[in-house]
Write a protein that binds this ligand. Sequence first.
Ligand code: SAM
Length: 213
Amino acid sequence: MTEKSDDQFTGQGARRMDAIAKGPFAPIYPTIARQILDTCRIREGRCVDIGCGPGHLAMALAAVSDLAIDALDASTDMLSIARRNLQDAGLIGRVRPVCGDVHNLPYADGSIDLIVSRGSLFFWDDRVRAFSEIARVLRPGGRTFVGGGFGTPALKAEITEKMREIDPEWEVKAAERLSRGNRDLIRRELEQAKIPAYKVFEDEAGFWIIMEK
Ligand code: SAM
C-alpha cells in the first residue's frame, strides 16, 4: 500500500478512521451513495465496497438500494470495527464483512455487478494490477465508482475546516491525493491496465473512475 504507514489502518489508526467517519466525514457517505446510484444506475445484484474501512459507504448504499454488499478490507482491525457498526445499524445480513486484498480479489470472473471504493486507491501498492482485478471480477453490464472525494465542494470545505482542528497535516495530504499530478498518474495506470471502457468524473470535490463492462 503506497502511502500507508504500518499503523494507519490498524489498532488506534483504525479507531481514528472510524471516529473521523462518524464525525466530520459523516455527511459525505449518503451523498456519495446517491451519486453512485445516479451515475451507475445499478440498484440490485452483488456489490463490493473495496477498502471499506469502518463500513460507512457500504452502510449508506445498503440504506438506499437492494444491493447485496460485501464490505471488503485488507485490515482485520478495520473489519472488526465495520462488523460492530453493521451490527449497531442492524445491517448484518445485508452487508457482509470480507477480508481481502484488491490485488487478488476473492471473486470469480464476471461475478460482481457494482464495485465501489472511496479513499482506498491512494494506498494500493500496484494500481495497475488492482484495476485489472476489478475489471476481471466485474460482470458484463457492471459498473464501478472507484476513487476519492467528499461529495460536494461545500461538504469538502466544511470537512477541511473541521479537520484543521483534528489533524493539521490532513489538508496537505488530502490535497496531494486529489492533485492534478496524482489524477494524471491514475489515468496513466488505467491505460496501462488496458481497461477497455471507462470514464473519469472529476471536480474539486472528487475523482471517480466509472468502468463499464
Ligand atoms: N472507504 C472508507 C471510507 O471512505 O471511509 C475507508 C477509507 S481508508 C482512507 C482506506 C482503506 O483502504 C483502509 O481501510 C485500508 O485498510 C484499505 N486498504 C488499503 N489497501 C488495501 C488493499 N490493498 N486491499 C483492500 N483494502 C485496502
